[in-house]
Write a protein that binds this ligand. Structure first.
Ligand code: NDP
Length: 310
């Protein structure tokens, strides 16, 4: 079957705060951006409810509304926002070549990758059932809702320690559910956790079920490696077992780090391939906040503009 080929000056892949912000800036710079937002428009934010830490919203803002508004703002300024998932990439040619949904071929002079990252979950049906109702993969986003309550964090890496420490400042008690008898985290993070009195580590434990009722999460059923099964009472259940940056399609071409995050040059959004820029969580293993993603989308559009002017 012959493929339809379209030429685009500035192609943005990813419909989260980074992609939409890049589209806003690229539209205003008259780069006629086309944005493919994949099959989860709005990105990771749409898995949460109210956002209280995005500046400019003193009463908080509904996450879906914020994403819809960013999208509408980009469209209002002229961005061409399309449903569709990029399924093929060739960054060895100029213009770059991408395939969308296996059927549409697009050529792009400049490419902004803003495909985000996804948190890893345990894969329990009960965990899915209570997602957004007490189950969360972002303590910074949702910890505030559990002030003075008891919560659990799953994982023993740096993220888990960081999230547990953050939650310990807000919550009455934080359980860390660790599947081995050691923390994988760095020495400094381990020490911080050990020195926080309201963090209790449950060693050698795996989660069997997240428990809950109509009000949301009420606890978790755990199993020790000895086979003992027991319940803990918690209102919040936080996953911190790692993230997957959505860079697989691009990692053949652009440099990524050992965890798959796209490497950018200093504070810029420039990747190892000239004319290809990366923004948001796909290149940010550390800060992972909507406001940072938006800011890096802005940088990517400005970098793309400069590149296209040459
Ligand atoms: P990691 O992969 O380092 O750690 C994941 C943790 O989750 C491990 O303790 C792992 O256990 C546990 N885990 C994985 N799968 C399961 C499962 N199915 N059930 C129970 N537990 C599970 O991920 P992080 O997100 O913590 O860190 C990613 C990278 O980012 C690391 O390189 C880290 O150092 C870095 N980072 C650095 C920070 C900093 O410097 N401030 C902050 C946050 C992250 P096990 O150990 O048994 O495999």
């Amino acid at each position: 079957m012959d493929m339809e080929i379209q030429h685009v000056r500035c192609l943005i892949v990813g419909g989260g705060p980074a992609g939409y912000t890049a589209a806003i800036y690229a539209s205003r710079a008259a780069l006629s951006p086309v944005l493919y937002e994949g099959n989860e428009p709005g990105g990771q934010l749409t898995t949460t409810t109210v956002i209280e830490n995005y500046p400019g919203f003193p009463s908080g803002v509904d996450a879906n509304k914020l994403m819809n508004d960013m999208r509408a703002q980009a469209e209002g300024l002229g961005a061409d926002i399309r449903r569709g998932t990029v399924t093929g990439v060739d960054l060895s040619v100029r213009p770059f070549r991408l395939v969308v949904d296996g059927v549409t071929e697009v050529e792009a002079d400049a490419l902004i990758i803003a495909t985000g990252a996804t948190a890893r979950y345990l894969g329990l049906p009960s965990e899915q059932k209570f997602r957004g109702l007490g189950v969360s993969a972002c303590a910074t986003c949702d910890g505030f809702f559990y002030r003075k309550k008891d919560v659990a964090v799953v994982g023993g890496g740096d993220t888990a320690c960081e999230e547990a420490s953050y939650l310990a400042g807000l919550c009455r008690k934080v359980y860390m559910i660790v599947r081995r008898d050691v923390l994988r985290a760095s020495d400094a993070m381990r020490r911080r956790v050990f020195n926080t009195p309201n963090i209790e580590i449950l060693w050698n434990c795996n989660t069997r079920e997240v428990l809950g009722d109509d009000s949301g999460v009420t606890g978790a059923r755990l199993e020790r490696s000895s086979g003992e099964v027991f319940d803990i009472k918690v209102d919040g259940f936080f996953l911190a077992i790692g993230h997957h940056p959505a860079s697989d399609l691009f990692s053949k071409w652009v440099k990524t780090d050992e965890n798959g995050y796209i490497v950018t040059d200093g504070v810029s959004s420039r990747t190892s391939v000239e004319g290809v820029f990366a923004a948001g969580d796909v290149q940010d293993p550390h800060y992972r906040q909507a406001v940072n993603a938006a800011a890096s989308g802005c940088r990517a559009a400005l970098d793309a503009e400069k590149y296209l002017q040459r």
